[in-house]
Design a protein around this ligand. Structure first.
Ligand code: GCU
Length: 352
């Protein structure tokens, strides 16, 4: 038995040798992570829409329009909606544009979309330098995660309340719900002509970095997936933790509700897990995967984030992709700040 479950062995024991085999291996990895880690995601709703609640056309000194949207879709138990802030860069003043904003004098510029799942509802927030992102030519959609469902064990509020639970260990946890919201936001935004949805980025920090990875694993429309300091049950291997690194036992004790109940089976024996986090990273192939760590963020286990990001390169090799995984380690502590954004934006810009 290998130290970690192999990406290149089908569940029936046969070998994954080529790109076509990988396409059949992919659903097996998704299935394992669904049943044993994050829980099973409900079917995609047939129709997702949005309502524009308001528009500020003077945002970022006129460099962008800020739209406040409500994303809406049918669930098993009726209509569900959550708010989203959407910044869209404006074209230079008086430039011709096909996409007039409703306000006077401003026109929208067709822009690649970054979708951030964030910690707070504020339209300007310390986790993202809005103006800088806009000036790099990106549209930015921001979801406040707790407007989807609260970050606790309560399964009776928000999206958590909208689907029946099976109580068999595979019910989705909160990370699954936040990830689902990212995909539904993209469903809604895909209809907008001024967004370049061929170039979509999913990004999140920490618990929301785990979320962005799980969203990217399930939703291949994200061409770029960014995990910032996602650590345990995100980008870091769970076997052979480095000193100070969070373990499956730690995370299932403090935050059991982020995952499906089955994950708790492995709390005392991570070695017996039928997966490790290379499954989650490999599911991003052959798209662009950006993994960021911080030197002092030992809880997230930067060395294991790096090892895991490097360890999945053989999957990209099947596609002949040598430069699609980008690992970045900065100095300092656990945070998603301007230096991280600058690193990610410049990588993404090069690959648009
Ligand atoms: C806790 C948790 C981590 C998580 C972090 C965060 O520290 O143990 O797994 O990434 O919170 O989301 O900030």
């Amino acid at each position: 038995m290998e130290f970690r479950p192999s990406l290149f062995t089908f569940d029936d024991g046969s070998a994954v040798m080529c790109k076509n085999c990988w396409k059949r291996r992919r659903p097996e990895l998704l299935d394992t992570l669904s049943r044993e880690a994050f829980g099973i995601t409900p079917e995609k709703p047939e129709k997702v829409g949005f309502t524009e609640l308001s528009e500020d056309d003077k945002c970022a000194s006129g460099h962008a329009v800020l739209k406040r949207l409500s994303v809406e879709f049918e669930t098993e138990k009726g209509l569900f909606s959550f708010p989203m802030n959407l910044f869209v860069p404006t074209a230079p003043f008086n430039a011709p544009s096909e996409y007039p904003a409703s306000g006077a004098g401003f026109t929208l510029k067709r822009s690649p979309l970054i979708l951030l799942i964030n910690f707070r509802p504020d339209a300007y927030d310390m986790y993202y330098p809005a103006e800088e992102i806009i000036d790099h030519g990106f549209a930015l959609g921001v979801i406040d995660y707790q407007a989807v469902t609260t970050d606790d064990a309560d399964m009776t509020n928000g999206l958590a309340a909208m689907y029946t639970r099976r109580n068999d260990g595979t019910d989705w946890g909160k990370i699954g719900m936040w990830a689902f919201a990212m995909s539904r936001a993209l469903d809604a935004l895909e209809t907008l002509p001024y967004l370049d949805t061929e170039n979509v980025t999913f990004i999140g920090h920490s618990r929301l970095g785990k979320t962005a990875l799980w969203a990217g694993a399930q939703d291949e429309r994200a061409r770029f997936v960014v995990s910032n300091d996602s650590g345990c049950m995100g980008a870091a291997y769970e076997r052979a933790k480095n000193p100070g690194g969070e373990t499956v036992k730690d995370i299932t004790t403090a935050f059991p509700f982020w995952f499906c109940d089955n994950l708790r089976k492995y709390a005392d024996d991570a070695e017996s897990m039928p997966f490790d986090m290379h499954y989650l990273l490999a599911l991003q192939a052959p798209r662009y995967l950006l993994v960021g760590s911080a030197e002092e963020d030992l809880w997230a286990d930067p060395a294991n984030e790096k090892a895991c990001a490097e360890g999945v390169q053989p999957v990209w090799d099947l596609y002949g992709e040598k430069e699609s995984i980008h690992y970045h380690l900065r100095t300092g502590v656990h945070f998603l700040g301007r230096p991280d954004w600058i690193e990610y934006l410049s990588f993404i810009e090069k690959h648009l």
